[in-house]
Design a protein around this ligand. Structure first.
Ligand code: TR5
Length: 144
């Protein structure tokens, strides 16, 4: 059996490896993540959709022709989905709705996938809740 690291990090650059180490160390600590810098526009990103609650931008390491991340602008404890509480229901709905808007903008309404990786066993690497919106090719099932 391959190690979790090799299963999760298919083509890690040095930068990504460093980021993964920091992410592992900070997982669930509530420490800021790279996404805070993207939200603050301190790091450039290719924004697909934005409103007052939600930001959607292209994944730097796309796994499909369309690969967009949808994140809440205010993390509010949502480092990962398992931290969801009733108070998060509204933002969780807004994130899903934004995923549909992204699919519309990207022209993939005929078939797209929305993924949330929760925790190390699901290869989560950034501890700021995010939806992956994937499409633009025939998706396979079951997902790996
Ligand atoms: O593995 P999970 O589900 O946590 O997804 C995190 C995603 O963030 C991965 O698909 C990464 O490719 C993506 N990612 C990581 C960085 C990054 C990014 N997407 C856009 N821009 C990014 N920057 C500037 N820096 C990253 N470290």
């Amino acid at each position: 059996l391959r190690s979790r690291r090799s299963l999760c990090r298919v083509s890690a650059t040095n930068d990504e490896e460093a980021a993964a180490k920091v992410a592992a160390a900070n997982a669930n600590s509530g420490a800021p993540t790279i996404f805070d810098k993207i939200i603050a526009k301190e790091i450039p990103s290719s924004i697909v959709y934005e409103d007052d609650k939600v930001l959607a931008f292209r994944d730097i390491n796309p796994q499909a022709p369309v690969h967009v991340l949808v994140i809440p602008k205010f993390r509010d404890g949502l480092t990962e989905l398992r931290k969801a509480e009733l108070r998060h229901v509204e933002i969780l709905g807004q994130l899903l709705h934004a995923a549909k808007i992204v699919a519309e903008i990207e022209g993939i309404l005929d078939g797209f996938r929305v993924v949330i990786n929760n925790g190390p066993a699901a290869c989560q690497s950034v501890y700021h809740l995010h939806l992956h919106v994937l499409g633009g090719r025939q998706m396979k099932w079951p997902a790996g």
